[in-house]
Write a protein that binds this ligand. Structure first.
Ligand code: FES
Length: 145
């Protein structure tokens, strides 16, 4: 008997991939998320990070907190340069306001996340889950020029 590897949406996964489904259904909805974090993994941000695969590490922390599925789901996506390299390692927070309405942490950009340890990431993810303010997290300021 061959063990089939399944992703969290219940689709069989292509050999050698973490979650790529074997059967693509163009009409299948994407999985709901409450919060989507874009983690910059372009050269200048990645260069300061001690972790080789930051997105993978963060997904594991989210999984440990049981936030990888469901209404409070936090999704991690990698990004290329976000044009804010001096604040490396940049993380941009996007809340799903279409599904949930106003979310106070939508549009925040985090500064210097390369210094976060696991406990700091857990603190962030739990704060996002509960829509707490992020005063304990250094944010990148924005200004209209
Ligand atoms: S390389 Fe990350 S913001 Fe430019």
């Amino acid at each position: 008997m061959i063990d089939k590897k399944m992703n969290i949406m219940g689709s069989e996964v292509v050999d050698g991939y973490e979650c790529k489904p074997k059967q693509l259904d163009p009409n299948r909805p994407i999985m709901h998320y409450k919060t989507l974090l874009y983690v910059c993994e372009d050269k200048r941000c990645k260069g300061v990070s001690k972790v080789k695969d930051k997105a993978k590490e963060l997904r594991q922390i989210i999984k440990n907190l049981n936030l990888e599925t469901g209404e409070q789901r936090i999704k991690i996506s990698r990004s290329l340069c976000q044009g804010a390299c001096r604040y490396k390692q940049v993380v941009q927070i996007n809340e799903n306001t279409k599904a949930n309405g106003y979310e106070p942490n939508n549009g925040i950009w985090l500064n210097a996340t390369h210094i976060y340890d696991t406990a700091k990431w857990e603190e962030l993810f739990l704060a996002l889950k509960e829509n707490k303010d992020l005063n304990n997290f250094e944010q990148i300021k924005m200004k209209v020029f």
